[in-house]
Design a protein around this ligand. Structure first.
Ligand SMILES: [Zn+2]
Ligand SMILES: [Zn+2]
Length: 380
């Protein structure tokens, strides 16, 4: 019996793309034929891992494998013939960690697989999150309505899941070939077989639960894990949580678009948070303590005496978390100048008019103030 691809790579069935790559890279480097000359068992292990990686790193093939095992991949792309040529694999070694994977290398005719790989439609939902939820990460319970596999017939639409016969129009391939003669030669076109709608099988006795569709509408309450620090306009994909296709196949994906609920005070730009804080003239002069909102709750900040209007306070670590560290919150200080004064207030201020300390000083040179202005402008 053939060994399970997941156990060959030493990973779980739910391994992510990155985990698969990592596991494969480790094994491939260990059993690399250059490192193990004339070692037949290393070579075998190397090939085995390459084959497992070829399948598990390809979304389509992995889905087939998960559903049908080794059996489902038979006839797929002539893997074995090519895999014996180790040189060939290594010429493509650079590729395998990139986007393309082994796809083109092992790419054979996919059309013969059409009846297996029918994929259901994707389901899209929007989740609205507060900045606090995005900052900390959260789990949302969401009710999704989708088409699921009919359990009575295992999604194939026939009574008890068994009353199927091979379509004789397409011999079970789901596709028909047509040769067209033109001025410049013959063309072969392949199209979906209409007799069986591309399924390759004809239902002789339909399933009583779902008609012939193989799908039933369902409502599920699912947990959606939102990782901390999600980028703006990010979307999450939950594989196989979309609609199940009519007549069997693999479900589509659930695509979750994350929308940010605007915060009344805080603005996000990448990993940084911006806000304004209005303080009074007195507070600017003698200093104060203020409470201010952050994405992780309110914090107290100290405003030093002599704080200038337009200065920026940096609250380190109060921005959004990311792989490159947590951003900061930048607080733009505004000083409120009273617009109405009583006679008494005016007199008190008048008494300070000629006070030496109240006379403006050139605190910044011309160049400094300009770069400061540009700095502020770029932030708001
Ligand atoms: Zn059914
Ligand atoms: Zn057919």
């Amino acid at each position: 019996m053939k060994k399970d691809y997941y156990s060959i790579l030493g990973i779980s069935k739910s391994a992510t793309e990155t985990e698969i790559k990592k596991a494969y890279r480790k094994i491939a480097l260990k059993y690399h034929p250059d490192k193990n000359p004339n070692n037949k068992s290393a070579e075998a292990k190397f090939k085995e891992a390459a084959e497992a990686y070829d399948v598990l790193s390809n979304k389509e093939k992995r889905e087939i494998y998960d559903r049908y095992g080794h059996e489902g991949l038979k006839g797929q792309a002539g893997y074995n013939a090519r895999a014996s040529d180790i040189q060939d694999i290594f010429e493509n070694f650079g590729d395998i960690f990139g986007e393309g994977g082994f796809g083109s290398f092992f790419g054979g005719s996919r059309s013969q697989q059409r009846s297996y790989t029918k994929k259901g439609s994707d389901l899209r939902i929007v989740i609205k999150l507060t900045l606090a939820e995005i900052a900390k990460g959260t789990t949302k319970k969401i009710k999704i309505k989708r088409y699921s596999e009919c359990k009575k017939c295992n999604g194939n639409g026939s009574k008890d899941g068994s009353a199927l016969k091979v379509c004789n129009k397409c011999n079970g391939t789901g596709t028909v070939r047509k040769i067209t003669n033109t001025m410049i030669g013959q063309f072969a076109t392949e199209s979906i077989c209409h007799s069986c709608s591309g399924k390759g099988r004809i239902i002789t006795s339909p399933c009583l639960s779902c008609g012939e569709q193989g799908i039933v509408p369902t409502e599920e309450l699912i947990d959606i894990n939102i990782p901390a620090g999600l980028q703006e306009n990010a979307h999450l994909v939950m594989h196989k949580m979309g609609n199940y296709p009519i007549g069997g196949g693999v479900p589509g994906n659930l695509i979750i678009n994350v929308e940010e609920i605007p915060h009344p005070i805080l603005n996000r730009d990448g990993n940084n948070i911006y806000c304004e804080l209005n303080i009074s003239l007195i507070e600017a002069c003698v200093g104060c303590e203020k409470e201010i909102a952050t994405v992780t709750g309110k914090v107290k900040i100290k405003i030093k005496s002599g704080t200038q209007a337009g200065s920026i306070l940096r609250l380190r670590g109060k921005g959004m978390p990311s792989d490159y560290g947590t951003g900061e919150q930048l607080v733009n200080i505004k000083v409120y100048i009273p617009q109405k004064l009583t006679k008494e207030e005016k007199e008190k201020l008048e008494s300070l008019r000629n006070s030496e300390n109240f006379k403006p000083k050139n605190l910044n040179s011309k160049r400094d103030s300009k770069s400061f202005f540009d700095h502020v402008k770029s932030m708001f």
